[in-house]
Design a protein around this ligand. Structure first.
Ligand SMILES: [Zn+2]
Length: 471
């Protein structure tokens, strides 16, 4: 394929691409039969890689009911949700996502029965930690109070209260065995990512196992998943990061964690810690100090929602990158402003301050728990704005280039802790994974959220193109 009239590194160029970039020159002439893409002067960037995402959950959320009903009194919010539930498409299970107790109050099966009693319903807390089912939902999952399953809550009288904490696996198993499992729309979701310029993903789900990896391989082979992928996951995997979910409320014995890390090390695996609080970060670093060192490359911190200067210096010492999600500020900023103290707000989803202390920081989405749109993520890293336009932690604002750099960093460089302040550039011999903007990057610097993609190529194949770019 020939890409004509692209803007690359400050010059107008043509590119000839196969699986890799073959030629870059001021003018190239199409050979007979060659497909031509007219870039119309738009910026050609390396395709974006989302370094923290949950593909199956995000694909499921893509076809789920949004339970984020906005602000107001709990009663009004519940009315709004009831209305959405009545309007839910299809029949059978309703899967809701992104509910928050600040809007809807604490939920249990009985509260949900009042909102929806004619279809099985499960709704997920916006943190991803918790599901709440209505009574029909519990019945459909064939749960009963006598089983005592991890995470399945009982009330004081020993009845199921509908809440299932951190046991997505159970729900998935029961849905499969009861025929209630609707496959997430990975195909549709992957195409949506392509429209945003995303060519690669790192799935950071802690429950990923051999079977999940095979499922990823199958989806990619069959063309449902267009993006290149990396998978981290549980102790059973032989490669990729071991993802450790730390929960400040119920931390495991330190020696158990050290044992898990050491077992992963024997397979040459490094570790990625989910850390959203200071306590979790302290605990993670304590475990690492007792565990054997990585054979190669570096461990990583996911989220790093709260990092003090002192902890940042330790991370910098260890060479550990922080994979952050600036767009949480956009999506959840109002709540943070209401809930957190000034000091907490100043240490929230830091970026600039961590970089200044020598930590590598990479922006990512954490979709479906954060907004998936990379341009939104990049814009928020710079403007630190909530959806309502308030600014959170302005001192942590970075230049959009710094936020973009993480998306342009290949996973190999990230894993090896290579400096990626200068992200990859498109050069001859590199895989033809590219994202063509409709604008020049310099034109959208001040408002990265408005950047739009005209075409996306993965390994030289067009996975997305707007009509007007096909010459
Ligand atoms: Zn995550």
């Amino acid at each position: 394929m020939l890409i004509k009239n692209a803007w690359l590194n400050g010059c107008a160029v043509d590119l000839r691409v196969g699986e890799v970039i073959q030629q870059i020159a001021p003018q190239l002439t199409p050979v007979i039969g060659e497909t031509v893409l007219n870039a119309r002067g738009g910026e050609l960037l390396p395709g974006l890689h989302d370094h923290h995402i949950h593909v199956f959950a995000a694909a499921a959320a893509y076809g789920s009911l949004d339970c984020d009903v906005g602000s107001g009194a709990v009663g009004d919010c519940r009315d709004r949700l009831a209305q959405r539930l009545r309007g839910a498409a299809g029949s059978g299970w309703i899967r809701g996502v992104s509910y928050h107790e600040q809007q809807l109050g604490e939920l249990d099966r009985w509260a949900l029965d009042e909102l929806c009693s004619d279809r099985p319903l499960r709704i997920q807390h916006r943190s991803g930690k918790l599901w709440v089912c209505n009574s029909l939902g519990l019945e459909s999952l064939q749960l009963n109070a006598s089983e005592q399953i991890d995470g399945v809550e009982l009330d004081a009288q020993g009845r199921l209260n509908g809440r299932i904490v951190r046991n997505d696996k159970l729900i998935a198993q029961r849905l499969t065995s009861t025929g209630g499992n609707v496959q997430p729309d990975v195909r549709g979701f992957s195409r949506m990512l392509a429209r945003l310029g995303v060519v690669g993903v790192t799935d950071t789900s802690a429950h990923n196992n051999q079977q999940s990896r095979q499922e990823f391989e199958r989806l990619r082979r069959e063309g449902d998943l267009l993006q290149r992928f990396n998978v981290m996951g549980d102790d059973s995997l032989d490669s990729g990061y071991l993802k450790i979910l730390l929960d400040g409320d119920r931390l495991p014995p330190l020696e158990d964690l050290v044992r898990r890390i050491n077992a992963a090390r024997t397979k040459g695996r490094n570790v990625a810690f989910h850390c959203v609080s200071h306590l979790e970060l302290v605990f993670a670093l304590a475990a690492l100090a007792d565990a054997s060192e990585p054979e190669e490359g570096f461990d990583r911190i996911e989220h790093g929602s709260v990092i003090s200067d002192e902890m940042a210096l330790r991370l910098a010492d260890l060479g550990m990158p922080v994979i952050t999600q600036p767009a949480f500020l956009y999506a959840k900023g109002e709540q943070y402003l209401a809930d957190l103290t000034e000091i907490e707000l100043a240490n929230l989803y830091r970026f600039r301050g961590l970089q200044d202390l020598g930590v590598s920081v990479v922006a990512s989405s954490d979709a479906p728990y954060g907004p998936v749109n990379p341009w939104q993520v990049i814009a928020t890293a710079a403007n630190r704005q909530t959806a309502a336009g308030a600014v959170v932690g302005s001192r942590e604002s970075v230049h959009v280039e710094d936020a973009l750099a993480g998306y342009l960093t290949p996973t190999s460089a990230l894993n090896q802790g290579l400096p990626f302040a200068r992200a990859r550039k498109l050069e001859v011999g590199m895989p033809a994974d590219v994202c063509l903007l409709e604008q020049r990057w310099s034109e959208v610097l001040g408002q990265a959220g408005s950047a739009t993609v005209g075409a996306t190529l993965i390994g030289g194949s067009t996975v997305f193109v707007k009509d007007e770019y096909e010459a």
